[in-house]
Ligand binder design. Structure first.
Ligand code: NI
Length: 392
């Protein structure tokens, strides 16, 4: 798609003007990671970085989120740009000089980068109000990693007056500096379950007097794999992962219960809705057959992230103009990862865009790190997305 304006020199302009600030803010946030809705210090850092800009600022949105509004010259539409602010309960294993100072917490999903890129875009766009025929809302969201901060922001009305919305995510495995997106589903629905498998306990030497919850749980885990492999149409993507299993207290005791935790990823709403029933039926059936029982606690969490076709096209056009056509990639396949930007996209057309950081350790790993040069590029991309959405 052709874009309405030229963005030549914009990356350099952002890098020369704000690059150092963006990197410094990212490091400050990285050093002090916060989880879930508790992004208190992160919000303080963002507010300090936004000080002096011509923004209307709303704090305390979804507890510790921030919405900053920039009014342009014209009274055209409103575009929102969103960044997530929260970290993960992971112990950092990088040797970065600005590594996490808190044991067991780390910005391992790049949200420190997303937040600082959005601040960079706010700084850049504040100096370009004459080019904005409309309003830009900068949305700093807590609790992407499991808390559903995006849902809360939507419920609090953050996008009620918004016409389109965009968000970036740093993306390992995608070549450095390449922006990639697609119309339609780009991230999967991410749901969660817990299961208690119940047998009856006993002596490790007398299994015939017990119903072994560990053996039942093992059969349940194996049986659950047949839902995706034998019940779902092979051309339809679905994932069922049991990521937690726990039971027992000693080598010679047969435990009464075992605990399983897992996640289910789907792209289709009907399939998504069918999953809990099938998991429960299968688990109960297997457990009953082995003189036990299984109880399922299923939680629908994040819906499918569905990009608007026009917004995805616009993002690819803007990225091509900004970085060169070879650095704007239309994706073929979505990721089965989940993302609570989905809640915004249920309300407002927009696009979620991946920004490549090359061949580095993956998201949610203790070694995740990236070349900070990407931050100015991402800030420029957000800036250009707003400029293009509000041109004219
Ligand atoms: Ni993330």
């Amino acid at each position: 798609m052709d874009v309405a304006q030229s963005f030549s020199g914009l990356v350099e302009e952002v890098r020369d003007g704000f690059g150092e600030d963006i990197v410094a803010l990212r490091r400050e946030i990285h050093k002090e990671p916060e989880l879930g809705f508790d992004t208190i210090k992160t919000a303080e850092k963002v507010l300090a970085a936004l000080e002096g800009l011509p923004l209307e600022i709303q704090t305390g949105v979804a507890e510790n989120g921030i919405v900053a509004t920039l009014k342009g010259e014209g009274d055209g539409p409103t575009v929102a740009l969103r960044a997530d602010m929260d970290a993960l309960p992971i112990h950092e294993e990088t040797d970065l000089p600005f590594a996490s100072g808190t044991d067991g917490k780390m910005h391992a999903c790049g949200h420190d980068g997303h937040t600082s890129m959005l601040v960079g875009a706010a700084k850049a766009l504040s100096g370009m109000r004459d080019r904005l025929n409309g309003t830009v809302k900068f949305v700093f969201q807590p609790a992407e990693e499991g808390g559903g901060g995006g849902r809360v922001m939507v419920e609090e009305g953050v996008v009620n007056d918004v016409d389109s919305i965009f968000a970036l995510h740093l993306w390992p495995g995608l070549p450095f500096g390449v922006a990639a997106t697609k119309g339609g589903p780009i991230m999967a629905a991410a749901d969660a379950f817990e299961m208690t498998v119940r047998g009856s306990g006993g002596h490790g030497a007398m299994p015939h007097l017990a119903a072994d919850a560990i053996v039942i749980a093992a059969q349940v885990v194996t049986a659950l794999q047949t839902i995706v492999s034998r019940e779902v149409n092979p051309v339809e993507p679905a994932v069922l992962t049991v990521g937690e299993i726990g039971a027992g207290s000693a080598f010679n005791i047969i435990p009464e219960t075992a605990h399983l935790g897992g996640t289910v990823r789907t792209l289709d709403a009907a399939l998504r809705n069918r999953m809990p029933e099938r998991i429960e039926e299968l688990a109960k059936g297997v457990a009953k057959g082995m003189r036990g029982d299984a109880e399922l606690d299923y939680k629908f969490s994040y819906p499918v992230t569905i990009n608007d076709a026009g917004a995805a096209k616009l993002a690819l056009g803007v990225a091509g103009e900004l970085f060169g056509k070879e650095s704007a990639e239309e994706l073929v396949h979505p990721s089965m990862g989940g993302e609570d930007f989905s809640f915004f996209l249920e309300k407002v057309p927009g696009a979620f865009v991946w920004l490549g950081v090359g061949d580095v350790s993956g998201l949610h790993t203790p070694q995740f790190a990236f070349d900070e040069e990407i931050l100015s590029q991402g800030a420029a991309l957000l800036t250009a997305l707003a400029l293009e959405s509000l041109s004219g």
